[in-house]
Write a protein that binds this ligand. Sequence first.
Ligand SMILES: O=C(O)CCC(=O)C(=O)O
Ligand SMILES: [Fe+2]
Length: 352
Amino acid sequence: MAQEIEIIGIADLFEPPSPARDHADTRIMAAASGIGFMAVRDFPGDHWLTPDRRAQLLRIFALSEAEKQKLLRWNFDPTRKNVYRGWFPLQPTAVSYKEGIDIGPDIIGPDIMGPDIADAGGVSTSDDPLREPTPLPAEDALPGWRAAAADYYRSMESVGNALMRSIARGLGLPETIFDACFDDGISTLRLIRYPLRDANAGVDTSGPEFSVIHKGETRTIIGREHADSGFVTLLAQDGVEGLQAKNLAGEWIDVPPANGTLAVNFGQLLERWTGGRVRATRHRVIAPKTVRLSIPFFYEPRVDAEIAPLPLKGAEPFEPFLYGDYLWEAATNFVEMSGIKHLRQPRRAKAS
Ligand SMILES: O=C(O)CCC(=O)C(=O)O
Ligand SMILES: [Fe+2]
């Protein structure tokens, strides 16, 4: 049983069928159904995986506090209309000690989510918060940032799409089986900064939920243990350690950052969809010695995608559900989304 995180070259996933592509599919499915983590490299858009290129996106953390506050969402500033996309500030008493922004598909074109969302000027005109536009920094505050974020978003969509088809093939299903669900998907590009905890901030972090022993050293937790909720997550770490994954033996192993690779893990949606064939591996972040920056991309279906059991032998059946309903329930349990669950009702009543 593989206990190490494999590095897999995925160039062949972007080419016509070949034995090399079959081999990559096999390795990906082994990682997905084994440890539930892998690292991938060699794909169109991999030029983004250098410190200089990532810095173009991470410039957002250099904005002034006043500029960041303009991007806040409703649960942190009740004068804002956006509830799902936008800035989440540091919450010093929470186990997860991070700030950042969640960016939706409107970054790649205001029309991407239909006319109800176009030109909303930061005000949600959609009746679904999962489709609201992202409040973005002004162009003159960060020249070129929007174009860089859009290009990055497009690159990650294309990697997510290639992995989605590879997983379909790896399950022995038609490679297009998931395609319709990902048309107009609502993937999230998240930029995160974890500063060093200020020992004088008056927050008691001595409790067991805040710290662990790692290689004989006490390390504070800055990203609470969780499994991601979506389909697949593509994570660019910015050269700083701290990410850990729980392996099949229940031990925490380091997921080291490496330039030119994305760490990939699989989400709970995919675990459920595949009746447990793919594993949504739990992970966490322990405090490194310096500030940590990271860029997860959550590859996700469309809001109204119907998630129904796949024709897989022996897989546990389940009641079909709408992705948006599932996502809202899952996402609003995270601390950066606290206090918003009541703002969206399920679009489909649950069968009783
Ligand atoms: O900081 C990291 O690298 C992990 C982030 C993460 O797990 C998440 O945002 O879901
Ligand atoms: Fe995560």
